[in-house]
Ligand binder design. Structure first.
Ligand SMILES: Nc1ncnc2c1ncn2[C@@H]1O[C@H](COP(=O)(O)OP(=O)(O)OP(=O)(O)O)[C@@H](O)[C@H]1O
Ligand SMILES: [Mg+2]
Length: 376
């Protein structure tokens, strides 16, 4: 039993996960058809959660093995290999039949095996003589997965990270391996939209046209409101529909921020929730981030900081080079505006929303947005 039904990290069970039925079905259809998927969304909307939710179903159904690999902290192909081996070892402990086979396989590549002192989990360290050996090890890892009795679904989260590797041919290496697999289906997930699009739909790049795209959007407001209402109600809290919609309005439907507010309201242990409670919680959350936000200011130039405030106050900006916006916030010239915008997008402080018809720009973090509006 969970202490708080509103999760702010990870995944627990379908009961505490809101909706995403359409996306789940699509992922399952892709997997059934052996199609690889590229999963994209802005940060904190629920990509990782969706993958874990999917894997929960796949495990229960029993037809696939699942592997979740987060490569956010990897810096090169060695780290990439390590991330995959660690996750195989975690998913298939030594006493399972796959685990036994994997250990035999691993021993064949002469690793150093250590056991983490705290978690007790094995940590594999592989030494390589040269670059070719790394590629070879990676190939044999894919082959190992390919040779399992059960098909394997592997999700590589934060996939755009491979663009940071010094090996410039990482995409080509991966693509060459992956295209020959029949027993392994991949989900590539990432939040850096431009990079992900460039990896998977640039005609000049190895992964071009090799996956189906899934753009994860915000959870439908009404469905999310019902979810929030249900969890408060079933724990003997009361909250009005209007107040729930106020929360969703404030967070603009961003999953993490919505979960965070609801989680804190729940922690208050005051069962009759009214608007003032919500305002208080929001105030606390903004204050909690005082130091972190002040630090952002330190990392920016004055012009960038002022620009961030302008976008916060302006809400969703469709025309950042229009005279009206530039005059109102004293930005200078359209060229200035473009340059500042690009710098702040690159720093993940401004989010570019793309649509078939229009583009607009907003603060990436809605809590930072409200903090800026409040303080400046
Ligand atoms: N459908 C959902 N219902 C309830 N909570 C969810 C749902 N999806 C995600 N969450 C919660 O929202 C938060 C953010 O989700 P998650 O970490 O999956 O986002 P993400 O897109 O992977 O973000 P990032 O790009 O930063 O890795 C987590 O605390 C998660 O538990
Ligand atoms: Mg994630």
């Amino acid at each position: 039993m969970l202490v708080n039904p509103f999760l702010i990290t990870g995944y627990y069970s379908p009961d505490y996960f809101c909706d995403r039925e359409k996306e789940l079905n699509l992922l399952k259809k892709n997997i059934g058809g052996k199609n690889n998927t590229t999963l994209i969304s802005p940060r904190r909307l629920g990509k990782s959660g969706l993958i874990l939710r999917l894997f929960d179903d796949l495990k229960k159904e029993g037809n696939y093995s699942t592997l979740y690999v987060d490569i956010f902290a990897t810096r090169n192909i060695e780290d990439f290999i390590k991330a995959i081996t660690d996750s195989i070892l975690k998913e298939f402990p030594e006493h399972t039949s796959v685990g036994r086979k994997f250990w035999n396989f691993i021993k064949g590549i002469r690793p150093i095996i250590r056991f983490d002192q705290i978690s007790g989990l094995p940590q594999v360290e592989i030494t390589y003589q040269n670059e070719a050996e790394k590629t070879e090890t990676l190939r044999s890892l894919w082959q190992f997965l390919e040779n399992q009795d059960k098909p394997v679904v592997i999700a590589i989260d934060e996939f755009q990270q491979i663009r940071e590797y010094p090996q410039s041919n990482m995409e080509a290496i991966l693509r060459t391996e992956i295209q020959h697999l029949h027993n392994v289906v991949c989900i590539f997930s990432g939040s850096k939209r431009n990079m992900m699009i460039d990896i998977f739909s640039n005609t000049k790049k190895p992964f071009y046209n090799s996956t189906s795209f899934l753009n994860l959007e915000k959870i439908d407001r009404k469905v999310y409101a019902d979810f929030i209402n249900f969890h408060f109600l079933s724990n003997n809290y009361t909250i009005s529909k209007d107040d729930i919609f106020y929360i969703l309005e404030f967070t603009e439907g961003f999953t993490y921020h919505t979960q965070k507010i609801c989680n804190k309201l729940y922690e208050n242990r005051k069962p009759d929730i009214v608007k003032d409670d919500i305002l208080l919680v929001i105030n606390e959350l903004l204050n909690e981030n005082n130091i972190q936000y002040a630090q952002i200011k330190e990392l920016l130039t004055t012009a960038q900081w002022n620009y961030l405030i302008a976008i916060a106050k302006g809400g969703k900006i469709q025309q950042p080079t229009a005279q009206e916006f530039i005059m109102k916030y004293k930005i200078g010239t359209p060229a200035n505006s473009r340059r500042l915008l690009k710098a702040l997008i690159d720093k993940d402080l401004i989010l570019e929303n793309l649509n078939t018809k229009w583009k607009d720009y907003q603060l990436y973090d809605v809590f930072l947005k409200h903090w800026l509006i409040r303080n400046y």
